[in-house]
Design a protein around this ligand. Structure first.
Ligand code: AMP
Length: 281
């Protein structure tokens, strides 16, 4: 696997692959790889002729008081991890390569970005859509791989891709979990043993609501309360949000009559964790 840090080198590798008739797959990441990332890469490997993994801790998607400066970085381990999946290229640019001084352009998706994570992270999604649009222009992939753990992000990127006519097929990938159900996340590295245990409350809450749904409950408030009761039982957890929304347009629903997303975010100490599941009637 090659490692490159400039857009020019990336473009050269990709155009050679294209000349050879290979399809291009891209897996955008912020590094600190875990099995969730590696599954995206393996899927890309299985479906594409040339696989580009991008590793960029994108400053524009972090709010002023968020964890940009302490976000886990481990290029050596990440290079080995990406290589182990058979990826062809790791693109790990420095910040100035992606945002040269004087950058002024944002890509924003309206509506879908105001609720859920967007409510507590108001500038997050414009950072995500801006960097993903740039990565699409840099790598010009045929397919791009995103995890359903960041369900809202996936939905927003699909919208952007459609609205801006990027010729990219967006491939959703299932959430990869630890054996006890905790959704894998680079931010899990921040948790000590007690916090990690407490962090499970979100998943347990979501599953409690899912069980109520499977037992026939359709009302949003009752489903939310089933989850909230479990989460409230864990004193080390502070709730950011827990919402039941239409799985397509992400607006709140009062009852589950079509596929609905139950999504939540919690703080354990200063670490913010997210998780979700889809309820399909
Ligand atoms: P990140 O490095 O956190 O920005 O994530 C890069 C990509 O990996 C995004 O598309 C995420 O949705 C995806 N991802 C992160 N964690 C998981 C997970 N536990 N399961 C599946 N995909 C994941």
């Amino acid at each position: 696997m090659d490692v490159v840090t400039t857009v020019a080198e990336l473009r050269k590798r990709v155009s050679t692959a294209r000349m050879l008739g290979l399809s291009i797959g891209v897996v955008p990441t912020m590094g600190a790889f875990h099995e969730g990332h590696l599954e995206l890469m393996r899927r890309a490997r299985a479906e594409c002729g040339y696989v580009v993994v991008t590793l960029f801790v994108n400053p524009t998607q972090f709010g002023a008081n968020e964890d940009l400066s302490r976000y886990p970085r481990d290029l050596e381990a990440d290079t080995a991890g990406a290589a182990s999946t058979g990826a062809d290229l790791l693109f790990a640019p420095p910040v100035e390569e992606v945002y040269p001084p004087g950058s002024r352009t944002w890509v924003t998706v309206e509506g879908l970005t105001s609720g859920l994570c967007g409510a507590s992270r108001p500038t997050h999604f414009r950072g995500v859509t801006t960097v993903v649009a740039k990565l699409f222009n840099m790598a010009q992939p045929d397919r791009a791989y995103f995890g359903e753990k960041d369900y809202q992000q996936l939905r927003v990127i699909r919208q952007m891709t459609r609205d801006l006519d990027f010729p990219v097929h967006i491939v959703p990938c299932a959430i990869v979990r630890e054996p006890d159900g905790l959704a894998m996340s680079s931010r899990n590295r921040y948790l000590d043993a007690g916090q990690r245990q407490a962090g499970l409350a979100l998943r347990r809450g979501l599953v409690a609501a899912q069980n109520a749904f499977l037992a026939g409950e359709r009302g949003s408030e009752r489903l939310r309360l089933a989850a909230l009761a479990v989460i409230a039982d864990e004193p080390a957890v502070r709730l950011d949000y827990l919402e039941l929304v239409d799985a397509d347009d992400l607006t709140p629903v009062s009852a589950v009559e079509a596929p609905a997303l139950l999504a939540g975010a919690i703080y354990v100490g200063t670490t913010r964790l997210i998780d979700n599941l889809v309820l399909t009637p």
